[in-house]
Design a protein around this ligand. Structure first.
Ligand code: HPA
Length: 316
């Protein structure tokens, strides 16, 4: 395994600082825009905007997924004109990158001054009460990969960022979760359209099998995505406060599916057995549906995030 050294992070940060105007040398708010949510950067004060393609920044790998274009954007967000850095397009494990490569930008954000990181994502609902289009403030995460073997902190500890054994039992800052709900209600999001719950992830890129989905649901996850957790681990290790926000773009198939044996026995007259299984062919997840659902809710989420930035700035 190849681990990224401290100098690589500082080189990247220095490259950005050389090119950035003075007022972005100490940005304190960072936002990672999930699938289809990059439109948030269109709401920032356009004259203040400074952009870098990932491919031009030393140490960054490029994002290869449609709907995630891959640029780091600096700008003023909201009425408070909060200097903010946005990752438009995140780096995923399923693109073939290591957890450290995926989270490289998070540590660079830390070096740029970011104290609060907002991670947004699209996800599927395991909890049957959650509907497509609902938002979910992440209360906690559940990472089978991080618990067992694969996480970005494996390797030599970089003490300048944080300790060898960081806790993540408080990963999602309570005060920020409260601010998120306040921002949602103040911008007109109905109380039944925003939830709080547990996020889990699979490496992807395939969506879960039905049994995997039932398993994840049974161990306590409300939603499942393909990202976020490793970014949060790195951010918490470096002492940043974190807000996680999920947009539910599809129900996850947890039904058992049709029973082939029962159907054949009935067809052949061996025995008539009623099959109440669901035809799961009809409810498969797909990337287009995820992008469509994100697009439908993007404006609300953008309004909420802008309000969140203003509430956050007031408390600094
Ligand atoms: N599973 C995993 N990741 C996702 C999903 C899903 O159903 N929807 C959006 N991202």
């Amino acid at each position: 395994m190849v681990f990224i050294s401290e100098i690589t992070y500082t080189t990247s940060c220095n490259f950005l600082k050389e090119k950035l105007p003075e007022h972005f040398h100490n940005v304190r708010l960072g936002i990672i825009c999930g699938s289809g949510l990059g439109g948030l950067v269109d709401t920032i004060e356009q004259s203040s905007k400074v952009e870098f393609l990932y491919g031009d920044i030393p140490g960054f790998v490029t994002s290869t997924v449609s709907g995630h274009s891959g640029k780091l954007v600096f700008g003023y967000l909201g009425d408070s004109r909060t200097p903010t850095v946005f990752m438009v397009g995140r780096i995923h494990l399923y693109e073939g990158y290591s957890p450290q490569q995926c989270t490289f930008p998070v540590r660079v954000m830390k070096l740029l001054g970011v104290q609060t990181l907002v991670v947004t994502n699209a996800c599927g609902a395991l909890n049957p009460e959650f509907k497509v289009g609902d938002l979910m403030v992440i209360n906690d995460h559940l990472s089978l990969a991080a618990v067992t073997a694969e996480n970005p902190l494996i390797g030599p500890n970089l003490d300048t960022f944080g300790p060898r054994f960081p806790p993540v039992s408080d990963a999602y800052t309570y005060a920020l979760r409260k601010l998120a709900f306040r921002a949602a209600f103040e911008t007109g999001i109905a109380k039944d359209d925003i939830r709080e719950g547990v996020y889990t992830y699979s490496s992807g890129p395939m969506y879960e099998s039905r049994s995997e989905a039932r398993f994840l649901k049974s161990i306590g996850a409300d939603v499942v995505g393909m990202s976020t957790v490793h970014e949060v681990i790195v951010a918490r290790h470096a002492g940043m406060q974190v807000l996680g926000l999920s947009l539910i773009t599809n129900p996850v198939v947890v039904a058992r599916g049709k029973d082939a044996k029962k159907e054949v026995m009935t067809e052949m007259g061996i025995e008539t057995v009623v099959d109440d299984g669901v035809d799961t062919e009809l409810i498969k997840a797909n990337h287009e549906e995820v992008l469509e659902a994100s697009a439908r809710r993007a404006d609300d989420l953008q309004r909420m995030m802008t309000r969140f930035a203003d509430l956050w700035a007031k408390e600094q």
